[in-house]
Design a protein around this ligand. Sequence first.
Ligand code: HGA
Length: 609
Amino acid sequence: MCGIVGATAERRVADILLEGLRRLEYRGYDSAGIAVLNDKGLEQLRRVGKVQELTQAQAETGINGFAGIAHTRWATHGGVTEANAHPHLSSNRIAVVHNGIIENHESLRKELQGLGYTFNSDTDTEVICHLVHEELKTQGNLLNAVKAAVKKLEGAYGTVIMDQQDPGHLVVARSGSPLVIGLGIGENFIASDQLALLPVTRNFIYLEEGDVASVTREAVTIFDHTGAQVEREAIVSELQYDAGGKGEYRHFMLKEIHEQPIAVRNTLEGRVNGDKIALDAFGEDAEAIFRDIRHVQIVACGTSYHAGMVARYWLEEYAGVSCNVEIASEFRYRKSHVFPGSLLVTISQSGETADTLAALRLAKTLGYRSTLTVCNVASSSMVRESDLAFLTKAGAEIGVASTKAFTTQLAGLLMLVAALGKANGVDAAVEARIARALASLPSKLEEALAITQEIEELAEEFADKDHSLFLGRGDQYPIAMEGALKLKEISYIHAEAYAAGELKHGPLALIDAYMPVIVVAPNNELLEKLKSNVEEVRARGGIMYVFADRDAHFESDDTMHVINIAHVDEIIAPILYTLPLQLLSYYVAIIKGTDVDQPRNLAKSVTVE
Ligand code: HGA
């Protein structure tokens, strides 16, 4: 999603800003822009398309300065045009970049138009720069003007503002969209993600909700939501920026699919020992908290929601704990009942997903016993704001379509199942079984990747299809959902997932030779039921692709193509069966020639609701 980079220094900053944007590119965006302050005043450059085009334009025009702000935009309000790209300017004096949505933009726009301001874009963002410009008339300086302006904003923002008459001074404000300040020597920086600033600093201050900060070359001064000046702890980042290369791989997505054995191994390391799961992987107080837990409410979006759905099957079967799973954008806007002894579990790769973060904040007011997040970013808002956290060790995930984040989330959630089961007095054999199954997982994932060639051939049969159906039962139903999501995300083929038992309640009407049906069929107690569903499809002339356990005894024939998957303890089968479905989506997308790592209209780290 949108990226922000800002810098104030004794050196010219255009290169720093553009490199920062390049590092945030993987999140998906539609246009990019930069504004710098120099002897000529404010200079602005914007382009629809890739950062590379903006970089080229900067090289051609040579615009540069000692302070500047830059942005990659993922449009929410107003089409994808140069005029709507950020930064936005007011009277050639104020420049603004913004992540988020200003919900009261219409009324503010009318008010500001009444005061004589002309709008040059269709964005919600443009109200911020005119508002700050207007406030400057009475507030006297940029900091006070921003403080006054943000009081009038409703919605979410991470914003950086520059005043042509106050060179070298950047004012930032955060409410709902993450911002981090990077500390240098005689220079300071701002970004929506520390990844953007790793070439220039390792020292960061995370702004908190409602903070406004004044950033100059020499000083950073932060004010909290009450207006009081506050000190915020600076952290030293150990993050490795490994987005620099795809190595031997053609796309980040393929690299990340192949990294799954190692990502899962890293996630388990030191946490699964013999027959035991280490409870401190969830935080210091985990043991005491887990003893009180009688119910789990999982809240997440997209792929993380599918991980949560798998966890529900596991929790109720193996931990004896009841569980609900809900999409965050639904959960946060309805009244819900909290069972005594409930644990709220959020799942998010970035830990900044706007709806999930809002759901966590809401849940903290509702009487949950505790909150836990399963997350891939240690410094994220969700990790900082949850009582407990399980950190997946997937490493930076660059492809917009999530792969290794999902499988490492599942590994973490399975550890949670063992931990909650143990705390609830479930037989120790369950913990031992989970520990052993998890320990075997990295090598099983490696084996699963060995069928790449077969999947590449299979992909040919999907490339000319417009629709597809994914079927699974039990804990493989969410895997079918995840398989369908991957296919639609990167190949743009319409894909739907159904619990196989639901076929006869509607989707059977769609079956014909042009609608491939993908079935995930491990050898578990639902196998016979699933086989009946397969026959229902066959009887109606459907063409099937069955990912099945060797021992499930499916035979390939004219209408059914069987892809054998290694036999594993059924408890980890959902994790294993994910990989061939990821590979299938990837190779179909390759044949169709889509932008695999940055599929159209999509973004990573979804920081707007
Ligand atoms: N609402 C603004 C910014 C969008 C954004 O933050 N996307 O991630 C716009 O549409 O320009």
